[in-house]
Design a binder for this molecule. Structure first.
Ligand SMILES: [Zn+2]
Ligand SMILES: [Zn+2]
Length: 489
């Protein structure tokens, strides 16, 4: 069966595991000088030069030929048995084995423009060894990593590259990566297919994500001409608790499928994060509690919840939200009890989406630093705006906490503007209180940071915005790590 690159990218080729498949692409031998090769990479995009090694498992795959073949400079059509790799230490997702060349190549269906592909750094092999390197990966691929380093130096006159300082790893404070959330379409619901998560994390050097379930999905909808979400009906009793169970199960199915390791305390974070993709189980909105504080304990024990955002798009039992008129005057007494329970158990408290009044009472209540995982500064945020004022940000910093700057395209037009937004936040609260909250797959409109493969580009933009190498390390992970250690233990 003929397969195309979009099916590799989306993971829909998984269903062809073990079957015979035809695919066309550019052949990239690891040793360009060899007369014949029986192992090489097949890429969706033409290589830019002889020394380039693609690192992006969404736009290239491994090939093992049935018999050695001379290197080809034209598009190559192959037939072989397609294997879906689930635990590949280098992060490759597919391998074509027992492959033979076909006579008539099909032009590969290109998924990315060449410019975008080059801009991503993937074509130069930069991505896999840039931010937060993975120890196991680098050891296994020392030669290709060295080749990538060479390519990286060649590029250094155009964009500075972030070199993760020792003992630094990257953390996304807020993500729905892998499409962890159930679909609003009831016909799809919890049967929504996952999409690849570990591979883009590896490709971009993202070590850890706070993988956030959402438990108000079935009672919220897009409103105001696709500008925002709102709650449109009251949930039935037990409905959002059941949704929470489904979503926590999906989160664990996703990490199992992607071979992502769940970190539950400082020891596991420190030990596992440098080795490969990790997740901290998080919830965006405590709606699944349905006001029952003892369900925090259940989520901690049964689902490994370690990061809880109190409110989302529905005014729930815990308090008021930025996108609706206030009802409770901020954090409720139940909200106070939930914060106290999180402090006692060891769960990071996240006040994103909460009103300024909610944040102030949460700060007065919490004995641990607060997180506000995804937002950005505005001097005068409009009604229903998710942006925060400098005073709102200073309350978080006053607890020793971290504010994650988000990549909303409504706030920033590109990664450089986002980096400038990070700078403005750091100017207000201090660089030690700023982090990254991508809200991956959580936006209505595509954000300026759409894939973990863009992490090296974001790190470069932060360097260009004036941050030092160490400060970029603090923003991209170190600051959240400090709060996690203080909160979770
Ligand atoms: Zn959100
Ligand atoms: Zn979100």
């Amino acid at each position: 069966m003929q397969i195309d690159w979009p099916s590799i990218q989306s993971g829909s080729a998984d269903t062809l595991h073990g079957t015979t498949a035809d695919i066309s692409g550019w052949m990239i031998p690891l040793d360009p000088q060899a007369d014949t090769v029986d192992y090489f990479l097949l890429s969706a995009d033409e290589p830019c030069c002889g020394g380039c090694v693609p690192r992006n498992p969404l736009t290239s795959l491994e090939v093992q030929m049935a018999a050695p073949l001379a290197p080809q400079s034209e598009v190559l059509a192959l037939r072989g048995r397609l294997l879906r790799l689930v635990d590949d230490p280098a992060g490759w997702r597919y391998r074509l084995v027992d492959a033979v060349a076909l006579d008539r190549p099909h032009a590969p269906q290109r998924r990315f423009s060449r410019r975008a592909f080059l801009a991503s750094g993937a074509a130069l092999g930069l991505a896999a060894c840039a931010p937060g390197h993975f120890a196991g990966y680098t050891e296994a691929h020392e030669e290709t990593a060295q080749a990538a380093q060479t390519a990286q130096s060649a590029q250094s006159d155009t964009a500075p590259a972030w070199q993760a300082p020792a003992d630094t790893f990257t953390i996304d404070m807020h993500s729905h990566g892998g499409r962890v959330i159930v679909s609003r379409n009831p016909a799809i619901g919890a049967h929504r297919p996952f999409i690849p998560l570990a591979a883009p994390m590896r490709a971009g050097g993202m070590n850890v994500i706070c993988l956030a379930i959402v438990t108000d999905t079935t009672v919220t909808r897009v409103a105001d001409n696709r500008k925002r979400f709102e709650a449109w009906r009251e949930p039935q009793s037990g409905e959002l608790y059941a949704l929470g169970q489904t979503e926590f199960q999906r989160a664990h199915q996703l990490v199992e499928r992607e071979q992502i390791r769940v970190v539950t305390d400082t020891a596991s974070l420190t030990a596992l994060a440098p080795q490969g993709p990790c997740a901290i189980i998080a919830a965006e909105g405590a709606d699944f509690l349905e006001g029952q504080v003892d369900r925090v304990d259940e989520a901690y024990t049964k689902h490994q919840l370690r990061h809880l955002q109190l409110t989302h798009y529905r005014v729930n039992e815990l308090g008021d939200i930025q996108t609706e008129p206030p009802v409770h005057g901020g954090l409720t007494d139940i909200g106070v009890q939930v914060v106290q329970r999180c402090n006692a158990l060891g769960i990071v408290v996240d006040v994103a989406h909460g009103t300024y009044d909610l944040v102030k009472r949460a700060a007065d209540t919490s004995t641990k630093p607060l997180v506000l995982s995804h937002s950005a500064l505005a001097t005068h945020p409009g009604a229903r705006s998710r942006l925060i004022t400098p005073d709102h940000a200073r309350v978080i910093a006053g607890t020793g906490g971290v504010i994650g700057v988000w990549p909303s395209s409504g706030t920033f037009h590109d990664l450089h503007a986002m980096a400038e937004g990070v700078k403005r936040m750091a100017d207000v609260v201090g660089v030690e209180h700023v982090g990254l909250g991508t809200d991956m797959l959580g936006f209505i409109s595509p954000p300026v940071f759409r894939s973990y493969e863009q992490l090296p580009d974001l790190a470069s933009a932060l360097l260009l915005a004036g941050f030092s190498q160490a400060e970029v390390g603090a923003i991209l992970g170190g600051n959240y790590r400090r709060v996690f250690q203080a909160s979770v233990g």
